[in-house]
Ligand binder design. Structure first.
Ligand code: G6P
Ligand code: MG
Length: 215
């Protein structure tokens, strides 16, 4: 299907900024505390998934069955470590071409939104100084259902007042690609084609679109 892109919806972690590595480090540290290993391959399952759901997957990997209060403690601990990693971030950690691509499409009249599961998105955008590049911000504080549920993207389209058929999602996670497809939006995968085969097209990073547009 050929669609006119009137709105572009961006995931945050792994698309705009490389916070995926900090999420991984914090989860790995937590797994270690509980006596099991957590690999990069395991981590693919957590990408794009909410904090609570991520913890459930982690516990499944470690074959642990814990009560709710212990789980709450673990999620809070992970987030504390994660914030320690991200609090020193600055604009140098914006992934290549991301800010440029956002600026370019905005000059062409395309609306932009953030569609992220992260509750830390406002802090990250503020650290990077790029909040102004988004017309609308939908993050983990605003939505109840985690990707692959399409809620986050549908809400962004709704707030932008652009029909889903004219939205294109930029995603690095399998769960996010499924969410975009369920929302009936176009989807550009960012990362390795083998892991993101359901996307309409897969690129290595937004910098590649800048190369193609010749800007
Ligand atoms: C993003 C990341 C996930 C993360 C989720 C929640 O979608 O890809 O790895 O678990 O956000 O992030 P938070 O910052 O709220 O823990
Ligand atoms: Mg992501």
């Amino acid at each position: 299907m050929i669609r006119e892109m009137r709105a572009a919806i961006f995931d945050l972690d792994g698309v705009i900024v490389d916070t995926a590595k900090y999420h991984y480090l914090a989860w790995k540290r937590l797994a270690k505390e509980y006596g099991f290993d957590f690999t990069e391959t395991d981590n693919e399952r957590l990408k794009g998934v909410s904090r609570v759901r991520s913890l459930e997957i982690l516990l499944e990997i470690g074959s642990l069955n814990l009560d709710e209060s212990e789980k709450e403690k673990m999620a809070a601990q992970k987030n504390e470590w994660y914030i320690d990693y991200i609090r020193h971030m600055d604009a140098s950690e914006i992934l290549p071409g991301s800010a440029e691509y956002l600026k370019t499409i905005r000059t062409k009249g395309i609306k932009t939104a953030l569609g992220s599961a992260s509750k830390n998105a406002p802090l990250i955008l503020e650290r990077l100084g790029i909040s102004d590049l988004f017309d609308v911000i939908v993050d983990g504080n605003k939505v109840g259902k985690a990707k692959p549920d399409p809620e986050v993207f549908l809400r962004a389209a709704n707030e932008l007042n652009i029909p889903a058929a004219h939205c294109v999602v930029f995603e690095d996670a399998e769960a996010g690609i499924q969410a975009a497809l369920r929302a009936n939006m176009g989807v550009v995968g960012i990362g390795k084609p083998a892991l993101l085969s359901e996307a309409d097209i897969v690129i290595g990073g937004l910098w590649q679109l800048m190369v193609l547009s010749g800007e």
